[in-house]
Design a protein around this ligand. Sequence first.
Ligand SMILES: Cc1cc2nc3c(=O)[nH]c(=O)nc-3n(C[C@H](O)[C@H](O)[C@H](O)COP(=O)(O)OP(=O)(O)OC[C@H]3O[C@@H](n4cnc5c(N)ncnc54)[C@H](O)[C@@H]3O)c2cc1C
Length: 363
Amino acid sequence: MDKLDIAIIGAGVVGLAIACELALKTNKTIAVIDGNRRYGQEVSSRNSEVIHSGVYYSPDMLKSRLCIKGNKLMYEFCDKNKILHRRCGKLIISVDDRSEDNLDGLYTQVKLKGIKVMPLSKKEAEVMEPEIHTNSALLFPDSGTVDVHNFMQALYYKGRQAGVYYLFDSTVKGAAFTGNHYQLETNKEVIEAETVINSAGLGSDAVASMLGIDAQQTGYKLHFCKGEYFQINRRLNINKLIYPLPGRNSLGIHLSYDSQQRLRLGPNAFYVNHIDYAVNDSHKEEFFEAVRSYLPNLRLDDLNPDFAGIRPKLQAPGEDMRDFVIVDEKERGFPGWINLIGIESPGLTSSLAIAEYVEHLCQ
Ligand SMILES: Cc1cc2nc3c(=O)[nH]c(=O)nc-3n(C[C@H](O)[C@H](O)[C@H](O)COP(=O)(O)OP(=O)(O)OC[C@H]3O[C@@H](n4cnc5c(N)ncnc54)[C@H](O)[C@@H]3O)c2cc1C
């Protein structure tokens, strides 16, 4: 292959969105390289498919800015391209007096960020969702769900139509800077590119270190945090996404739907050393206990193991939340090498905004 203008490592939702944005806005030659046989086989196909409204992040974080912008871009893209999605809204509920105070605090923070939110009394919340027991709730009308497979397919075909090359079954095993361009060694060939965008999800810290960027020193080392889901095999009359108040490492086990409108619970959150997508059936009770106080009609045998995903977290267990890293590594002597590291939630919601952000970095 001739020298490329831009090589993107990773055909997850973020790499696909970046390729599409760059192909539509520039005349550059672009290839997306992925070790799997097709796009979107890792983090991007193993998540809650929720379009977040940006509730949980402090306003100075990229996570906040890109999620709020991404939410708007996502609905526009889905409407325009007929992607399956629902702006169904989300309730964050309080189940006891202590969480009521936290809900008040969250309401004030969210209002200050300009996110649409409506406080609901117990009666209002229970009229809206009769199966849910709560003391009070916050309604976020701009939260929703998207069929992520449908979304990635649209990005892939748009990119293809705009001339992007997709190189599957191509794992990047080495990277070098000649002083003027980059050489990426894959299991098949050596690919040369002026600009490299490392959007390798769970492998992004390893890819950065191939170039000589020390993951420990830079704080780029990723920690894998697993999240499992259980499906609810019973019809319950629930229309909105239902979330508890967020915990330190996750948004808490919540209630959402898949694209067939089947209800599911999840994800939980626990750190693991290896990538393994099995769901541990014995965690069923943990899920049941997490929701039984607000979903009294649920029975333990309504739950069946569904699937699991792994979050690429920058924070180790017990540490505070870290922001997305999206940076051109010119300060480290690698101009035109753009690292995206720690793209956990809300990475799906933010994907189109991340793509715009990276396109600016490439100018
Ligand atoms: C349990 C869970 C729930 C989530 N829920 C939500 C949600 O509801 N809403 C939301 O907005 N976000 C959510 N997220 C986050 C969202 O899924 C991710 O931020 C997003 O999918 C990340 O996409 P990505 O393209 O960066 O990574 P990926 O989809 O993992 O893509 C990276 C790609 O890089 C490839 N790759 C890696 N190393 C190499 C290499 N050396 N050579 C070649 N290719 C390589 C991989 O094969 C992979 O295809 C959730 C995440 C998890 C885990």
